[in-house]
Ligand binder design. Structure first.
Ligand code: GLU
Length: 313
């Protein structure tokens, strides 16, 4: 691929536009998630991208303002809340090692006796849903309020149709919660846990909203204190480490190799990545590769760090 133009003083708008042109040949590659019937209805031929720097610069292209189902990206918010509530005790319930297996794998969970490898695979996120259910007065409202507070945006909401559609077809996640319950790792009723987990996954946000909200993680020197949930700089830094090692299921190594930034993806086709103390970037395109990550999203981020010559490595 020809090298894209990018000046030393970064013109992010021009850069994103150049990236979009360069990745257009991949526009038809991959397939949107269809195991959640509501997600199969989304037009797969969409792309959005937005970057926010910690210095206040913003650039956005194409459908950067279209909201989509953030799915597993929501796991970053639940981790922030769980860490704020439990501190290091959280790690008694869930590990922090990359899984090297699919996001919904059961095998590892069985071998490891119901302690999920990390908070970003489904089993780990289901344990976090259980922790939040046990510790929040109004879990659904409190979770949403937290996300709205970090985003500074009260219009962000759940999409109940997506959550219900996932519940009606969520056999694998139901198997996971049953296995966790069998091993004594779940305190609450499994139907309640599943419902809350699917609700969290159903939140909808745009690339512009996501990249703005993730500045809270990109800038770990800024005070993290939202809706009564606080994290220290060190906790935020460590969340970034978990995004780096576990944010892309069994493709975390490939993402580190190609892009070199901490981040989190979701099966709605969204990816958020952060360059600590520099910027946060969100990209969305519904067509996924076989590992469940957005094809155009990964290409766009790979070009971003290649062209800017900036990554954490
Ligand atoms: N709600 C989805 C599931 O549990 C989230 C998966 C994802 O985005 O990785 O299957």
């Amino acid at each position: 691929m020809d090298s894209l133009k990018c000046s030393w003083v970064m013109d992010y708008q021009q850069l994103l536009e150049n990236i979009y042109q360069a990745i257009l040949p991949y526009a038809k590659e991959g397939k949107q998630a269809d195991y959640i019937p509501e997600l199969a209805k989304v037009n797969p031929d969409q792309f959005g991208m937005c970057i926010h720097t910690i210095y206040g610069e913003t650039a956005a292209i194409e459908q950067a303002d279209t909201r989509f189902s953030i799915q597993s990206i929501a796991k970053v918010f639940s981790l922030a809340m769980c860490l704020s509530i439990k501190g290091d005790d959280l790690w008694k319930r869930v590990g922090k090692e990359p899984s090297g297996t699919a996001f919904n794998s059961l095998i590892q969970l069985e071998v490891e006796k119901g302690i999920p490898r990390n908070p970003f695979i489904n089993s780990g996120a289901i344990v976090m849903a259980d922790i939040l259910l046990s510790n929040l007065a109004n879990p659904e409202a409190d979770f949403l309020n937290f996300v709205r507070a970090v985003a500074g945006n009260d219009t962000i909401d759940y999409n109940k149709e997506v959550a219900i559609s996932e519940r009606e077809n969520g056999y694998l996640n139901a198997a996971i919660v049953n296995l966790l319950k069998y091993h004594g790792t779940i305190e609450n009723d499994i139907e309640e846990v599943l419902h809350f987990y699917f609700m969290m996954c159903s939140i909808e946000m745009s690339c512009r909203e996501l990249s703005l909200v993730f500045l809270a993680f990109a800038n770990h020197r800024r005070k993290f204190d939202y809706a009564g949930f606080t994290l220290t700089s060190s906790q935020v830094k460590r969340m970034n480490a978990i995004m780096q090692t576990c944010g892309f299921y069994d493709e975390a190594g490939e993402f580190a190799y190609l892009v070199g930034l901490p981040g989190k993806s979701g099966v709605g086709g969204g990816i958020v990545a952060i360059y600590p103390l520099q910027y946060s970037v969100a990209v969305w395109s519904p067509r996924l590769n076989p590992k469940g990550n957005s094809v155009m999203g990964i290409k766009a981020l790979e070009l971003l760090t290649t062209e800017t010559k900036e990554s954490i490595f």
